[in-house]
Design a protein around this ligand. Structure first.
Ligand SMILES: *Cc1c(COP(=O)(O)O)cnc(C)c1O
Length: 378
């Protein structure tokens, strides 16, 4: 059976990326590899819309988050974190470990923090050294307005603007320089159409200055080490050579399509996916939907285990379950990275088949028809 992956990380990897990574391994000090890494560094600036360095770490996205918090802040630094889901919660966990001084703002799952609330927090905590945000909260499929939030932080304080862009980069419009962001992280297995294993981190000039002045609490996951090596288009340790080569291929695809077109494609796929779910009588979970992943309430009477089994065993489709309190309540359909319009027909068609198999009543073809109409017009 064909495997059809609709999860927000790992995401599908194009064949040409897989093939580039299958070539015989080369040494990371070879001129051939140095040329590739230099090009990757350049093309990552295009992806993040920045002239600042974007470092490549050999770890998953969380390693990038840990490197950020441990490199940017010192013991005692007050950091505001926004917890609107599983990944915003992770910012708080990291800050508590490395600085021990976390102001955590909890937001209901499915909602994004409102700018007015963040303004209040900044007023209450003028001594905050940083604010950690999540652009696309993958656990809830919810997008925050980073442009507005970043402008607000810049206006009201000197706090660094730290953004988890792990499922936003490549899905949502994002301008690292123009929006005044200090740190933005993504991971290879999300919007970059790559296997897991790399974290990519853009670092602003003022964040670089702060990092240079901090004493290191980490050896391997250190932005100080990474930035120093980056200045010579190098890495401090042996990089994940095959992944960097794959990333080179993926970035060529991204440049060929054009970043603005990629943002538009994600918006359009997300919209069609929501239309398809609505047409099947399913309720959407987020009130500020991400373009990377669509979270959907399981219809009443539908058990996640039976639904998931029907999707996977009969249709080869993997979607993501809900997390924590929403484990058996919602499921999440990814359209992040290497997806097109026909993929949305596939996943909604597959959901119809699974619903039929578990005897959930709906009008056959209603979801697929809504997806077609979203793309082709009525
Ligand atoms: C996937 C994800 C992470 C964690 O990345 P790992 O690669 O699993 O370590 C962090 N934040 C967001 C928003 C994510 O989607």
């Amino acid at each position: 059976m064909k495997k059809r992956l609709f999860t927000p990380g790992p995401t599908p990897v194009p064949e040409n990326v897989m093939l580039r990574m299958a070539a015989p391994i080369i040494h990371h000090r070879n001129p051939e590899f140095m040329e590739i890494l230099t090009r990757v560094h350049e093309d990552l600036k295009y992806l993040f819309r920045t002239t600042q360095p974007v470092v490549v770490l050999s770890c998953s996205g969380t390693g990038g988050m840990e490197a950020t918090i441990s490199s940017l802040f010192k013991k005692g630094d007050k950091v505001i974190t926004v917890n609107a889901g599983k990944f915003g919660e992770r910012w708080g966990e990291l800050v508590r470990i490395f600085t021990g001084n976390c102001v955590e703002e909890k937001v209901a799952w499915g909602s994004a923090i409102q700018p007015e609330r963040l303004a209040e927090l900044l007023k209450e905590h003028p001594d905050a050294k940083g604010v950690c945000l999540t652009h696309s909260e993958t656990s809830t499929g919810t997008a925050a307005d980073i442009q507005t939030l970043s402008a607000l932080i810049r206006e009201h304080s000197d706090a660094l603007v730290v953004v988890d862009g792990i499922t936003a980069v490549g899905a949502h419009e994002f301008h690292f320089d123009d929006w005044g962001v200090d740190i933005c992280i993504t991971g290879s297995q999300k919007g970059l159409m790559m296997p897991p294993g790399l974290a990519l981190i853009a670092v602003s000039e003022r964040a670089q200055d702060i990092i240079k002045g901090q004493s290191m609490t980490q050896y391997y996951l250190s932005l100080k080490h990474a930035l120093k090596a980056h200045a010579g288009d190098d890495t401090p340790f042996t990089p994940a050579v095959s992944l960097v080569i794959g990333l080179d291929e993926a970035l060529q695809m991204i440049k060929a399509e054009g970043i603005e077109n990629i943002w538009k494609r994600h918006e359009s796929l997300a919209n069609a996916c929501r239309e398809g779910c609505n047409a099947l009588g399913m309720k959407l979970f987020s009130n500020s939907p991400s373009f990377a992943v669509t979270p959907v309430w399981l219809p009443e009477g539908v058990k996640w285990s039976a639904f998931n089994k029907a999707l996977k065993n009969s249709n080869g489709i993997t979607v993501a379950a809900g997390q924590d309190d929403y484990k058996d309540k919602i499921f999440r359909i990814s359209h992040l990275g290497f997806y097109d319009e026909l993929d949305m027909l596939t996943v909604i068609g597959g959901i119809e088949r699974a619903l039929k198999e578990i005897n959930f009543p709906f009008e056959i073809g209603a979801g697929v028809s809504a997806v077609q109409k979203a793309f082709l017009g009525n």
